[in-house]
Ligand binder design. Sequence first.
Ligand code: AMP
Length: 396
Amino acid sequence: MTATRVLVLNSGSSSVKYQLLDMRNGSRLAVGLVERIGEQSSRLVHGERVRTEPIADHEAALKAVSEELAQDGLGLDSHELAAVGHRVVHGGIRFTEPTVIDDDVLAEIERLVPVAPLHNPANIMGIRVARAMRPDLPQVAVFDTAFHTTMPEHAARYAIDVETADAHRVRRYGFHGTSHAYVSRRAAALLGRDPREVNVIVLHLGNGASASAVAGGRCVDTSMGLTPLEGLVMGTRSGDLDPAVIFHLTRVAGMSVDEIDTLLNKRSGLLGLCGDNDMREIIRRTEAGDAAARLAFEIYVHRLRKYIGAYTAVLGRVDAVVFTAGVGENAAPVREAAVAGLTEALGLSVDPELNAVRSSSPRLISPDGARVAVAVVPTDEELEIATQTYALVGKK
Ligand code: AMP
């Protein structure tokens, strides 16, 4: 019997999200999450079942997951399992594609910890535990940065001293690459065209948010940089700002580097502006006449519009602007405001009725005959990780 199942693991510092997919048709056999690992209140949500018990570490978490899977007849010892696909946030410039993990690959992912201190250590823990459980099975790393490694140097480099930048690997890497790859390809299919022929601006608007300019299937620019802090306004991150803000707060407010790191990553963005990071709540408050929520919405949309304009210039010709992730897929007012008044200049508009439709399918929301298509394409990072993993393992 050929093995057709792929387990996808997305390991965070205190959580593990997992899905088991059957690659014959991409169907989900199991979906679950372990959260608050290391706390007394940890819990495992496996489909409809919830287990509440202290789970000490990632090893205990994966053991609990494997018990739940076994209960459904989907145990990790199954010979139907073809591979484990791991989401790895930072692949630096070396990992341009999904990669089968061996000791050398793992060592390189570890060498990248200084540029991804919050994410890579958790990803490494997940890899170690899964490898120990099934040493015979291919374990594949799918990198958030990989899709962006095609960015030309003029987009990837910061205009700082080259020696300093190279010594410390300071450059723009970009993130959410798995989503940008999947959504840009899916958008081309929605247009009925080959991805190699179309130019797309992808707006991944979730709690984290990033934009990318994709020319003929290759990323040529993206809004996140050395870390996921650069670019759009996000739930709790500031996105772009004058780096001198940091010197100023150090000198004038006496804040430490760690305090400013927390400020910009955890207490800024929509949350910092109005006390809420959930776009649903911000839209509700705006409609109720709340001035702080309105201003937060306007700042968010203003930044988005600047990136749409910038990436139109980067691409020269745009075939589609595509919204995805929690906000992009669900918040019609954000989509409407992002392109409002841009019909003449950029050929962008949304049909109010199409924009109001709620659906989990990819769909066009621009009027018939629009110069540039505007679309909503739900992202599916787990399916993309599983697809890339299976494609790699299948080749071997
Ligand atoms: P993600 O990171 O892709 O899971 O996106 C999470 C974010 O999506 C949440 O913080 C919400 O702000 C946003 N979101 C989810 N559903 C809606 C909705 N119906 N309207 C507006 N925003 C939404």
